[in-house]
Design a binder for this molecule. Structure first.
Ligand code: UDP
Ligand code: MG
Length: 138
């Protein structure tokens, strides 16, 4: 099934010069980039994006981290794009992530784990709409 997903190179990935590395992996894995921009979110913009996590103990730290610097936001498209991008990312905790995944190769912390990916079609639709309007996607 042809699907779209939403991806982020988080502030740690941008600060460490990993934008190119992530984009190479996306292109090599036949996911098409349908939209892309560099943004620097405010705390309240992050709170809206991660609203599903607002009761979690890590929420305020996560919002501070995600607004600490610029990140790259993207829409990716391909067959089963949601699951394929999650597979390329690896588990949330890089210590549990499979060999060859982005988080296993580059993450330094459960929070500073380099990339984000939508976990279901409904969250992908919400997240792409949160960051991109019709004129910003091909
Ligand atoms: N996170 C954290 N501590 C945790 C779990 C998650 O700091 O115990 C952060 C981490 O940056 C993660 C984000 O919160 O990527 C969103 O958590 P989620 O469970 O949705 O993980 P993901 O979908 O990103 O793998
Ligand atoms: Mg998630």
């Amino acid at each position: 099934m042809l699907q779209q997903t939403f991806a982020i190179v988080k502030p740690d990935g941008v600060a460490r010069g990993l934008i190119g590395e992530v984009l190479i992996r996306i292109e090599r894995n036949q996911l098409k980039i349908k939209a892309l921009k560099l943004i620097h979110m405010t705390q309240s913009q992050v709170q809206g994006f991660y609203a599903v996590h607002k009761e979690r103990p890590f929420f305020s730290s996560l919002c501070a981290f995600m607004s600490s610097g610029p990140c790259v936001v993207m829409i990716l498209e391909g067959e089963n794009a949601i699951a394929r991008w999650r597979e390329m990312m690896g588990a949330t905790n890089y210590k549990d992530a499979a060999a060859g995944t982005i988080r296993r190769d580059f993450a330094t912390d459960i929070e500073k784990n380099v990339v984000h990916g939508s976990d279901a079609p409904e969250t992908a639709a919400f997240e792409t709409g949160y960051f991109f309007n019709a004129l910003e996607r091909v």
